[in-house]
Design a protein around this ligand. Structure first.
Ligand SMILES: *Cc1c(COP(=O)(O)O)cnc(C)c1O
Length: 459
């Protein structure tokens, strides 16, 4: 790679690069941070600043950055077979091995995987699988997918429609027909004083009411993330999933668990459905599958659904890069590292509980209305008045962004969702690094409080 100055890179970026989910009018050239290197939980920028990556890239770098083993495995694979497709009665070793490895990790009723390259395309695939399933069963009227408000299922037209993001739906033509959205189990934001257990049950029962409103004979599937990620790390009350499970067990409706964030150890099990004891028919996965080293994704499909699908002749669907050998090799090496280093167990019994204890203690800070964490997924709700948790800041999102920018400046990457701060570090984070992380969050809260007072956002 040619080495340019930071300023040159920023102006070339400004001239030619359109960033995802970005307001370009307000992104000044000198605000474009150039990331140059990653190792473990650390990132470096082109000015030599070191950052603790509290978001694991975009919720994906389970094993941390810059592991040579992955690069070497991919190098060897590319030297042997850089690419071949899996369409026309062909297969290859990496895709075979990865499929078998995933079958071992997925719930016991799910033993086959259809590959893609992103969480979005996996959810497209899932939508088409469930509708095709009901068509083949002679029930073509079972088409509607029930999803949830403020869900994130990706950014293709189908995935954005499945998702419940208002601003994406405001783009013309979305959501596509045949998808409805029920309430989310967001206790801090929407419970209106109801106690968490009761709120979990009542919110779950929205699914029952929606099925009845639509007619069970019209509903193909329910799709949900075990914990909503991009929606703001919405950890449902413990009563929510058992009640959803009860409802689904009484109804003839497929369940798609979107494991793009919760999969691969994030919640302390290989998949979030295992943490919460739900029984999906399909699971969609991406991000942590390769720890982001190369793009790969997939849909795990249950034996029952596969049987119907495979008896129905050709399924007219596939991607050029379904099961790309180099990406499969990266995923295999990633899973081997995760197993060898017992990263999933570590989240459940060691680093997860340690970070959680320290994270929840931040609740005592005057700016924090709620600190929550499950596995290595956390959120801090920022509030203007701790004595009245129903109060919110006047201009939603502004305080979150201010604090996020302070955190970044101080050397910790967190993400802001509304007025909350989100955390999802690599699963390899050490105890010492957790201590550093908590120090950086504390410093950010202190500095943030001072800035908010100065700007008269806080009294
Ligand atoms: C990121 C994400 C997606 C979309 O994945 P892409 O690889 O960005 O297409 C889907 N679902 C969830 C839960 C996600 O977090």
């Amino acid at each position: 790679m040619k080495h340019h100055s930071t300023r040159d890179l920023q102006s070339l970026d400004e001239a030619h690069h359109l960033h995802p989910f970005t307001d370009h009018a307000s992104l000044l050239p000198d605000q474009r941070r150039v990331i140059t290197r990653g190792e473990g939980v650390w990132l470096w920028d082109s000015d030599g600043n070191r950052l603790l990556d509290g978001m694991a890239g975009l919720w994906c770098a389970q094993i941390g950055h810059g592991r040579r083993e992955i690069a070497d495995t991919v190098h060897a694979q590319m030297t042997e077979l850089s690419y071949y497709n899996t369409f026309f009665k062909t297969t290859h070793e990496p895709v075979v091995h990865l499929s078998a490895m995933l079958a071992e990790l997925m719930p016991s009723n799910i033993n086959k995987v259809f590959f893609g390259t992103s969480g979005s395309d996996s959810n497209d695939t899932a939508l088409r699988v469930v509708r095709t399933y009901w068509d083949l069963k002679g029930r073509p009227e079972k088409k509607t997918i029930i999803s949830r408000q403020n869900a994130y299922h990706g950014s293709t037209v189908a995935a954005a429609s499945l998702g419940g993001m208002e601003k994406m739906h405001a783009q013309s033509g979305m959501p596509i027909p045949g998808i409805t959205h029920i309430a989310q189990p967001y206790w801090f934001g929407e419970a209106d004083g109801m106690d968490p257990s009761e709120f979990g049950i009542q919110t779950a029962r929205e699914l029952e009411r929606e099925i009845d409103r639509l007619g069970e004979d019209k509903v193909a599937a329910f799709i949900a993330e075990p914990i909503q990620g991009a929606g703001g790390v919405i950890i449902p009350p413990e009563t929510y999933w058992p009640e959803i499970r009860r409802i689904l067990s009484e109804r003839e409706i497929l369940f798609i668990s979107d494991e793009v964030i919760c999969g691969f150890g994030r919640t302390g099990s290989w998949f979030g459905c295992q943490t919460y004891g739900t029984e999906p028919d399909l699971i969609t996965m991406a991000k942590g599958m390769s720890s982001g080293y190369l793009p790969i994704a997939g849909v795990g499909i249950s034996d029952d659904v596969c049987e119907v699908l495979n008896a129905g002749g050709e399924f007219f669907h596939g991607y050029t890069y379904s099961g790309h050998p180099a990406c499969c090799a990266a995923a295999i090496a990633n899973l081997q590292i995760m197993r060898r280093e017992k990263l999933v167990e570590r989240v459940a019994t060691d680093i997860g509980p340690y970070l959680k204890e320290r994270w929840l203690a931040l609740q005592s800070h005057p700016l924090i209305g709620e600190a929550r964490m499950k596995g290595l997924l956390g959120a801090l709700e920022l509030v203007p008045d701790k004595t009245d948790l129903t109060k919110r800041f006047d201009e939603p999102g502004k305080v979150g962004e201010i604090l996020r920018d302070i955190s970044f400046k101080n050397g910790l990457v967190m993400r802001a969702v509304r007025d909350s701060l989100i955390l999802a570090p690599p699963l390899t984070i050490t105890h010492g690094e957790v201590d550093q992380l908590i120090d950086l969050v504390t410093a950010t809260l202190e500095e943030g409080e001072a800035v908010l007072r100065k700007e008269k956002i806080l009294a």
